[in-house]
Design a protein around this ligand. Structure first.
Ligand SMILES: *Cc1c(COP(=O)(O)O)cnc(C)c1O
Length: 384
């Protein structure tokens, strides 16, 4: 089955007793044992819940992995995976990355002796130079959030293999519909399923997918031991959202491509970051490993004074954090999603006060363009 069919069929007739097309929400926290030493496969809900299990099997299949694990949020998924590391271990991460991931490594993991370096992962040389004798993993986003920098997953998988490291890919921006890092040699995929997979800005969730039996067992152990697991109602909501992932993303990408071109031609816009623009430096690598550009783009306005009035004047587009849902959202990374990253590091990467990030939804694209046009125009009038 192709990915679109797998998505739509999540949970369909998996409840064999009833043949339910939408898998039921099992709220039971504990399950009766048929006899001493026997189990139905469900004992206690932290370890396994039927609704969560259907979701976990679906994401494992979609990503081509051996194990799937549903967590309370994307950060809970990252924390669970980070528990693979011990005091004295070192991890190399993309320098342009989600602010919460940076905060977890710098404020939480650093205290227990796990150190981190941040590099431009679009350069294999930069990654190689950051390796130390105690490096245990590469943790990358591709494309990165918010600057859409592209890392070559297969090339970094080779670096990881040659040096005995784990390659962990945060695949939130692409979803398995567009990119499957495990097939390119990664060991672990992480999702903030709050974003494209859920798709409706109504559920907080995270997913982990692992490749290989030993690693799958280690992560299963940590998932239960740490237990930042996803509740059954949220697992159901997430599956319900995932059924339409392919059609949503098709429309979102189409809209995003049109908007990227509109912004690239706009006199008040200095730069647009989107993998499908002809001058995007990572374009060739991106389209070798992903089926589409995705629907997140960032742009830099010519004057930082334009930012506040643009955010005030958008009407259809909502000024809010997050991304990936059917509703278009505009974000100011420097003060919102990436505020945790120190100013010097943010600026060096390019996340400055002129940068806005747009998560493109499924509204009519002409309405979205008209909204951006009027907001930019009114902002320019105010700034003079
Ligand atoms: C949002 C996000 C996260 C964190 O996920 P939550 O579900 O908000 O905890 C991690 N990585 C990326 C790329 C994200 O966009």
């Amino acid at each position: 089955m192709r990915v679109e069919s797998c998505l739509v069929q999540i949970g369909n007739r998996k409840d064999v007793a009833t043949g339910a097309v939408s898998y039921p929400v099992y709220y039971a926290a504990t399950y009766g044992h048929p006899a001493l030493g026997q189990s139905t496969g469900f004992d206690y809900a932290r370890l396994a819940n039927p609704t969560r299990k259907v979701l976990e099997e679906a994401i494992a299949e979609l990503e081509g992995g051996d194990g799937g694990f549903a967590c309370a949020s994307g950060m809970a998924a990252i924390q669970t995976v980070a528990a693979l590391f011990s005091s004295g271990d070192h991890v190399v991460l993309s320098h342009d990355l989600y602010g919460g991931t940076y905060r977890l490594f710098e404020q939480v993991l650093a205290r227990v002796g796990v150190t981190a370096s941040y590099v431009d992962a679009s350069s294999v040389d930069a990654v190689l130079q950051a390796l130390r004798p105690n490096t245990k993993a590469l943790f990358i986003e591709t494309p990165t959030n918010p600057l859409l920098q592209v890392a070559d997953i297969a090339a970094l998988a080779k670096v990881a293999r040659d040096h005995g490291l784990l390659l962990i890919v945060d695949n939130t921006l692409m979803s398995p519909y567009l990119q499957r890092p495990l097939e390119l040699g990664a060991d672990i995929v992480i999702h903030s399923a709050t974003k494209y997979l859920g798709g409706h800005n109504d559920v907080l969730a995270g997913l982990i997918v692992t490749k290989g039996q030993e690693l799958t067992e280690r992560v299963a152990y940590l998932h239960n031991a740490i237990s930042a697991v996803l509740g059954p109602q949220d697992a159901w909501l997430l599956m319900r959202g995932m059924k339409t992932l392919a059609v949503r993303l098709d429309r979102q990408q189409e809209n995003a491509s049109r908007i990227a071109r509109f912004l690239a031609d706009h006199p008040l816009v200095e730069a647009v970051y989107f993998p499908d623009l002809p001058d995007h430096p990572g374009r060739a690598v991106h389209f070798r490993q992903a089926k589409g550009p995705g629907a997140l783009l960032s742009f830099r306005v010519v004057d930082p004074a334009l930012v506040e009035p643009v955010l005030r004047h958008v009407r259809l587009i909502t000024f809010a954090e997050s991304l990936g849902g059917v509703e278009s959202l505009i974000t100011y990374p420097a003060v919102q999603t990436h505020a945790e990253i120190p100013e010097a590091m943010r600026r060096a990467v390019g996340v400055d006060e002129k940068l806005l990030r747009l998560s493109v939804g499924i509204e009519n694209v002409d309405d979205l363009i008209a909204d951006l046009a009027q907001a930019l125009e009114r902002a320019a009038e105010e700034v003079g």
